[in-house]
Design a protein around this ligand. Structure first.
Ligand code: COA
Length: 260
């Protein structure tokens, strides 16, 4: 499969998806969102891919937001549809994916770019990264999950300050806020993120996807996360991965999990 706006590179158990519109600071247009959906879906279905990394091309931007030129003359109804479709095809899709997704933030992560990073399961940033939700400076609010995921990650007061000021925070503040898990030099961003991904690939994909569901349940209204955890924990006992993991431990060897 070939894409116009993204690059997909598969290496062993890690698929790296690079958003590739550097002249537009990798802004998310309709085509990019559709291609990201397809590439993420294909990687998720691929039995060998155990971790997906999303990053941006160039040294300046991860993603500088949704492509403003595409929606500047939208009506209220079109705006609502844009957000709803984006949630379904990309942002909620990533959050609920069985395969772990890591954002490697290599520069500006603004608006839809920060929302994309926040939909990923966790984030690593380069030390030149700048993160923000500038939508209120455009007469908008974040529409791809930013009003929900930012307070989940950094707390309500800090989230509202970022949204109301429309300002950017640097990588060290993002680390301090817990918005990113690690900050590394730009030239080390991908290798560092891959080393984290490597650690994940050694563990049970089945257990990891069950853990993603259980953790996400904590943030879904009307869902009892503890019950989801109890059910998922029980389900694990019926898997080949559980047999392999416990047998390997008792035999004092490294587990060799069969895959997804
Ligand atoms: N949508 C569409 N195009 C965008 C974009 C976006 N979100 N962000 C950047 N671009 C385009 C610029 O229009 C410019 O295109 P051009 O060369 O054809 O004029 C190109 O990317 C480079 O951006 P530029 O603004 O010249 O770079 P800069 O270094 O001066 O500023 C930013 C960088 C990130 C501060 C600035 O581009 C910016 O504020 N972008 C918009 C951020 C935003 O509001 N995002 C939320 C959208 S909801």
């Amino acid at each position: 499969m070939s894409y116009n706006t993204i690059l997909l590179n598969k290496s062993a158990a890690i698929s790296t998806i690079t958003i590739n519109r550097p002249k537009k600071l990798n802004a998310l247009n309709k085509e990019t969102i559709a291609e990201l959906h397809d590439a993420i879906d294909a990687s998720d279905r691929d039995k060998e891919t155990k971790v997906i990394i999303i990053t941006g091309s160039g040294e300046k931007a991860f993603v500088a937001g949704a492509d403003i030129s595409e929606f500047s003359n939208f009506s209220a109804a079109q705006g609502k549809m844009l957000a709803a479709e984006g949630h379904e095809s990309l942002f909620d899709f990533i959050e609920n994916l069985s395969t772990p997704v890591i954002a490697a933030i290599n520069g500006f992560a603004l608006g839809g770019g920060l929302e994309l990073a926040m939909a990923c399961h966790f984030r690593v940033a380069s030390n030149n990264a700048k993160l923000g939700l500038p939508e209120t400076s455009l007469g908008l609010i974040p529409g791809y999950g930013g009003t929900q995921r930012l307070p989940q990650l950094i707390g309500k007061g800090r989230a509202l300050e970022m949204i109301m000021t429309a300002g950017m925070i640097n990588a060290s503040r993002a680390l301090h806020y817990g918005l990113v898990n690690h900050v590394v030099a730009q030239e080390e961003l991908l290798s560092f993120t891959e080393s984290l991904a490597d650690k994940i690939t050694g563990n049970s994909s089945v257990a990891i996807s069950t853990a993603i569901k259980a953790v996400n349940a904590n943030f879904k209204s009307g869902v009892d996360g503890f019950q989801v955890e109890i059910q998922g924990f029980g389900d694990c006992f019926g898997t080949d991965d559980f047999k392999e993991g416990t047998t390997a431990f008792l035999e004092k060897r490294k587990a060799n999990f069969p895959g997804k």
